[in-house]
Design a protein around this ligand. Sequence first.
Ligand SMILES: [Zn+2]
Ligand SMILES: [Zn+2]
Length: 346
Amino acid sequence: MRQLTFIEPGKLEWWDVPTPKIVAGTDAIVRPLAVARCDLDYSTIIGAGLQGGPFAFGHETAGEVVEVGDQVTSVKVGDKVIVPFQISCGTCDNCRQGWTNACKSVTRGAVYGMKPICGEEFGGALSEFMHVPFADHMLVPLPEEVRPEVLAGGSDNIADAWRTVAPHMERYENASVLVIGSGRGIGLYALQIAIAHGASRVVYAEIGRGGDALRMAKEMGVEVQHVPSAQDTKSLGSFNITVDSSGDMEGLKLAIRSTGSNGTCTSNSVPFDNAVPFPMTSMYTKGITFHTSRVQSRALLPQIVEEVKCGHFHPEKVTSREVPFSDAAEAMDDPAPKIVFTNDWE
Ligand SMILES: [Zn+2]
Ligand SMILES: [Zn+2]
């Protein structure tokens, strides 16, 4: 089958690889119908993310079940499903607590499309087929009324944005939300979630050059701020909920400086460095709660799917462009905030 393979920054190749097969009775085979480009895929292709090719590429997907093992009961051939990017079993101690980012039954960090994270190749989403273990637990049904293109990103980036805002809204009366983005999809999803959850004020700030994402945020009706230098900006105000998706240490510090008393700051930037200085004194004084972790995408997906199904939350407003699978290699480095690939192979 065809598999998009990452070789090195700037270089993707279509490889012919063996088609995955059912190995255990709990497995399923899924044919990807739509694959969203993760913000990390973009960083990787431009040389600012993962290294260590060759590996199968793409990990945010919604597809169709084409084969199931004899022990699978919750999905059947023909069902449309979302495939979480992290592989988890659903039955170990950690999975039972919703910590599906730390499943004890698989290699630590087991994921699709990002072999360097876990050291093991599980295949990628920009392929004709994907092998899905623990199918009864892993596969999340996609409602008929929702296009696969809308929720392919639910596998990862949509869930990653949802957890920065939605779980914290109840803590605050008329919550205000600040998102510091980097021109990519995650920050824009966080805005959509803040709007959907009734935030009283939503501000999108972007550091540096400023591009399409600022325009898209403005079209969503939120306040936008272009920040030429995070270091030279004292604060962007005093917000109940702040989100650092800037991918930048100075952006993180600006998010913390802009968090109000007893506020909540979440960072889903991935610092590839353990030595990150933190303004602990002001965090202590203001009583700021700080969150960071890999997302629990499987655990969060059912609620996210429900919000999209009932028309509450609109992830499709973040899609800048839909591109056929066949053109995925050429389009991967398009600087647009979010690209969704659609299966044009029949
Ligand atoms: Zn990702
Ligand atoms: Zn598990």
